[in-house]
Structures are given as C-alpha cells and as structure tokens.
Design a protein around this ligand. Sequence first.
Ligand code: GDP
Length: 194
Amino acid sequence: MKITSAEFVTSAAGLDKCPATSRPEVALAGRSNVGKSSLLNILVNRKRLARTSNTPGRTQLINFFAINDSFHLVDLPGYGFAKVPAHVKARWGKMVEGYLAGREQLCGVILLVDVRHKPTADDRQMYDWLKHYQIPTAVVATKADKLGRGRAMQNLQVVRKALPLAGADPLLLFSAVTRQGRDEVWSIIEEWIK
Ligand code: GDP
C-alpha cells in the first residue's frame, strides 16, 4: 500500500459519535501498551500519528485516522489496565462492543497480543466478541524482536491454543522495531477493504 496521506480525523466516545461516512474501516484492538500506536505509526510510515505512550489507560476513546482519503484505520481504546476503576471498565465495554456490533462499514479487526505472554482473559473475551459479531479478524503477535525466532514461533502456537484461534483467521508476528510483518498486515487490510 502506498501511503499518500494519513490524518487524524476525530475521537469518539461511542458508536453515535463516530464519523458519519461510509468509508471502509479496519480497527486495531488490544491491551493497553501492547503496541497499537506503534503498529499504526509503522503502517503509515509516521513517527507520531498515533501517540505512543507508556501511560496505559490514558487513551479511552475510539480514534479515527483517514488513510489516502479513502479508508479509516481505527484505534480502539486499550483494555486490561488493572488500575482502571470498575465504572471506567463498564463504559469501555459498552463503547467497544457498541462499535463492534453496530459499525456497518467495519471490514475487519486486527487483534494485537504480546508475543511474550499467553493471551489474557481480556484478550480471549475480545476475540470471542469478534467471532460473535462475525467480524473478520487477524491476530498479530507484537514485539517479536524481543524473542528469538524459534521462541517466537513457539509462542504463536501458545496464542493459537489459548484464544483459541478459529482455523481461517491469520496469525502473524510483528515488530515495530524491525518492521517484521508490516507487509503482511497491509495485505490483510487491503483484502478486507477492497
Ligand atoms: P499502545 O498502548 O498499545 O498504543 O502501545 P504503544 O504503541 O504505545 O507501545 C507501548 C510500549 O511498547 C512503548 O514503549 C513502545 O515503544 C513499545 N513497543 C511497541 N511495539 C513494540 C515492538 O514491536 N517492539 C518493541 N521492542 N517495543 C515495542
């Protein structure tokens, strides 16, 4: 994919606040700190389009980015941050599930997991929602540079079993440091939005 433009559009606190366009959308989901902003920045070759931050739970809105004036990449608020109070978690659930269930132009979701760790209960719930709403899903195991290749491949099998991954869903390694996996992620997105 040749990137000609990548712009922040808006942040939305719920489905009713999402931009009223029919542009196709692909969303990124995952735990806080898993590397969603980094993946987004690598995809569009920008250092700081999506803010990368070490303050988990800070970005609690749905963020829309317009790519090439033709489709949206959507950064869903991260989950799984222990210090977030219960009412914030409940609001998060309503916002994200509302978006997944109701956003008609949503073509697919990239679910990010950390390649070093077994998927958490939150990761499994997110994957269950995606399957429940029959949304095309790819699982991207991030931070692959932090493990040797053999170990990373082994851990992919741990991820596959723990979700458990549906047969046809792609599962791949990604690194924002080496850019491993970038082309594969784009191929998946291009297929979804076509
Ligand atoms: P987000 O909260 O999911 O948006 O996560 P960020 O993109 O802000 O990343 C959280 C932290 O992980 C930051 O310190 C990033 O530099 C780091 N990080 C993200 N992706 C990678 C990766 O592929 N490899 C390594 N080594 N670090 C990463």
